[in-house]
Design a protein around this ligand. Structure first.
Ligand code: COA
Length: 169
């Protein structure tokens, strides 16, 4: 498996991949692929943090981490994470998350937040965001907001998570 930055030539393939992955997902608003398209053109986009997994030349997974804010700290929001249905449960989601964390850490980001399944994300070290003094925005179920700190000694953080405006949250 190769993990690499997504390039503009991948956008169409990734669009279909996201739509296919979420077609049978437990939670989906059906707009994940359009959200990614909007985020790519906005100020929260970090090209190195839109990443794909390739198996034998085929893109089978994608992860996007975009800039968000908690108080004066720039954090990252992980959304969405997509693995092609036929390739799920083979460690590709895990590989994309760990690779995304490593690149994010190298770029100097301290926290990643995700709104998703506790059963899945706690496997990778995520804990309820409230434990880090991070509150969910209004209308977002706080028990599903999780966070991970990428640094051993992060500075203090406190406040409500403010997503990029493309999330409409
Ligand atoms: C969720 C998703 C990204 C997981 O990708 P994946 O490649 O299948 O996950 P992995 O194979 O890396 O799984 C890692 C571990 O989590 C477990 N796992 C996989 N899906 C899980 C789920 N939905 N709930 C709980 N655990 C799960 C795996 O069994 C594996 O456990 P192990 O390490 O003990 O073997 C993929 O199923 C997907 O694209 N789903 C549709 C879109 C979606 O819901 N995205 C997440 C919301 S942003």
């Amino acid at each position: 498996m190769i993990l690499r930055q997504e390039l503009p030539k991948d956008y169409e393939t990734v669009h279909h991949l996201i739509a296919d992955s979420f077609a049978t997902a437990e939670h989906s608003d059906g707009n994940e692929a359009d959200l990614v398209a909007a985020l790519r053109t906005g100020p929260s986009f970090v090209p190195a943090l839109s990443r794909v997994a390739e198996v034998q030349g085929e893109i089978v997974g994608h992860i996007l981490l975009t800039k968000a804010h908690v108080g004066s700290t720039t954090v990252l929001a992980l959304a969405p994470l997509s693995v092609k249905p036929q390739f799920q449960r083979q460690g590709i989601g895990r590989a994309l998350i760990l690779d995304g964390h490593a690149v994010a850490k190298r770029l100097g980001f301290s926290y990643v937040l995700v709104l998703g399944s506790r059963a899945y994300y706690t496997r990778f070290g995520y804990a309820p965001a409230a434990r880090f003094h991070i509150e969910a925005p209004k209308g977002v179920p706080s028990d599903h907001l999780m966070a991970i700190c990428l640094w051993e000694n992060p500075g203090p953080i406190h406040g409500t998570l403010i997503y990029g405006k493309e999330f409409s949250l």
